[in-house]
Design a protein around this ligand. Structure first.
Ligand code: GLN
Length: 478
């Protein structure tokens, strides 16, 4: 099971080398053995073997005709609703909350035959970049347990990197799938905004959030995206095939590199890996050109206004009455105040305060209105650049995984998002794949390259990613 791709598991099912029941049994044993240390999982579902037996029976009865993910183990970030299972968003306020319905993506995964293994650890309500903000203890990076796995989908990335599951679903509001994928040496994909339904995801920033896969290969990410995406009447922001003009795959891509963004705060050996990767792309026949994206670096400032504004509004529902943990108080106001004071962690409170501030009457135009205007300009800037290039490439994150506690200053932590947040602000899709390692304290740590495509260009990213990355997996296996 360890580090198997979906494709290799499917082959093994086809030849009869193994069965979903055997794989699920191994998965449970693997988690039992390694996860007390790594802490990637907050829950492992009681139904795993029942689901796996059903998948084994389905494969025996239907063979090739069985649904796309039959018998494939999948882990879910703990902010994705599963009926009857605990869904905490790694917050004390939802510690005992049980999902009341299946998120649309969960319905789709079940229909595709996936075996849902359990819920993964994360930064509380997806706010953070290290999983240190979980109310239930951080996740360790399987590559170097002294270091963070990234975040906020750190549990999902670690679950794949530790070899527990071939697929984990994460959510990405400002980089939370791509950055942990980069830190853990796996593939992470953030779809075009609206490609995947948000129905049943615990909202962080509704205009930014998208769910996507963390996997070992780009081909696997493409397959899972195919299963979970699609228009959904339960989410009015989902798109259809006709929302954006078609974005075709090409034999050779024109790849734009915003060099001005690479100059500040990026570790020199990460830049060196990136330059080496660009050389490989050129050698493969792609055309790598310099581009200018002066607004790209402004994304961080705009994001840390728009996102907290949406957070403050989305998290207003956790009042101690409707969901989760309720504190006692003399008056209704005291119940609200104490439930929220006791239930939310420091980072969540910081963002609610910031968001409430930027939305308040006297400051709305100065902050929120400005940030939204910058966001509109960034979208125009990207649209212009995409008239002359097919894909934009950057490192996924400016550094490799850092040590626990190393980014205690929130602003230093926010800086990790410099390459990822513009993608969410503008709604375009992006893919992160491993691009070699850098050495810290005698350990080779993964780094990631991020490819960005125009709206609706998800398949173009899979095409380039497959060609540029997946063959290295078969080389490594050989
Ligand atoms: N690290 C970013 C933040 O803290 C991204 C979070 C996310 O994508 N959920 O907001």
């Amino acid at each position: 099971m360890t580090k198997s791709t979906i494709a290799s598991l499917q082959d093994a099912y086809r030849t009869g080398a193994t069965t979903p029941t055997a794989v699920a049994t191994e998965t449970l044993a693997h988690i039992e053995k390694h996860d007390s240390d790594i802490n990637a999982f907050l829950d492992v579902y009681d139904s795993v073997l029942t689901q796996a037996d059903a998948a084994t029976a389905a494969l025996a009865a239907q063979g090739e005709a069985a649904p796309a993910l039959t018998g494939i183990p999948v882990a879910l970030k703990h902010n994705i609703m599963v009926a009857g299972e605990r869904v905490t968003a790694a917050s004390k306020i939802l510690e005992h909350y049980t999902g009341s319905f299946d998120a649309t993506i969960v319905t789709k995964l079940k229909a595709a035959g996936a075996v849902l293994i359990g819920g993964t650890n994360m930064d509380e309500f997806a706010m953070g970049g290290s999983t240190e903000n979980s109310a239930f203890g951080p996740t360790k990076n399987p590559v170097d347990p002294r270091r963070v796995p990234g975040g906020s989908s750190g549990g999902s990335a670690a679950a794949v990197a530790m070899g527990a599951v071939p697929v984990a679903i994460g959510t990405d509001t400002g980089g939370s799938i791509r950055q942990p994928a980069s830190y853990c040496g796996v593939v992470g994909f953030k779809p075009t905004y609206g490609a995947v339904s948000r129905s049943g995801l615990l909202a962080m920033g509704s205009s930014l959030d998208q769910a996507g896969p963390v996997t070992h290969s780009v081909a696997d990410a493409a397959l899972v995206h195919e299963v979970i995406s699609g228009h959904d009447p339960l989410d009015m922001t989902t798109i259809t095939d006709r929302t954006y003009p078609p974005v075709a795959a090409k034999e050779h891509y024109r790849i734009g590199v915003p060099r001005d963004v690479l100059t500040t705060g990026v570790d020199p050996d990460v830049v060196a890996n990136f330059e080496a990767h660009l050389k490989q792309l050129t050698a493969a026949g792609h055309d790598v050109v310099d581009i200018e994206l002066p607004l790209f670096a402004k994304g961080l400032a705009a994001y840390y206004i728009v996102m907290p504004a949406e957070v403050s509004s989305n998290l207003a529902r956790y009042d101690g009455l409707r969901y989760g943990t309720q504190a006692t108080g003399e008056t209704l106001l005291e119940v609200y105040e104490r439930s929220r004071a006791e239930g939310f962690g420091a980072e969540v409170k910081r963002r609610i305060l910031l968001g409430t501030y930027v939305l308040s009457a006297g400051y709305y135009d100065a902050y929120y209105g400005k940030a939204q205007a910058v966001r509109a300009l960034m979208r125009e800037e990207l649209a212009t650049v995409f008239q002359s290039v097919d894909i934009i490439a950057t490192p996924t994150a400016p550094t490799p995984a850092f040590a626990f506690g190393a980014q205690a200053d929130p602003l230093a932590m926010y800086q990790q998002d410099i390459f990822t947040v513009p993608v969410n602000l503008t709604g375009v899709p992006a893919l992160s794949t491993p691009m070699g390692t850098v050495t810290r304290e005698a350990v080779a740590l993964p780094t990631g390259v991020q490819y960005i495509a125009p709206h609706g260009g998800d398949n173009r990213l899979f095409d380039l990613g497959r060609r540029a990355y997946d063959h290295t997996l078969s080389q490594a296996a050989a």
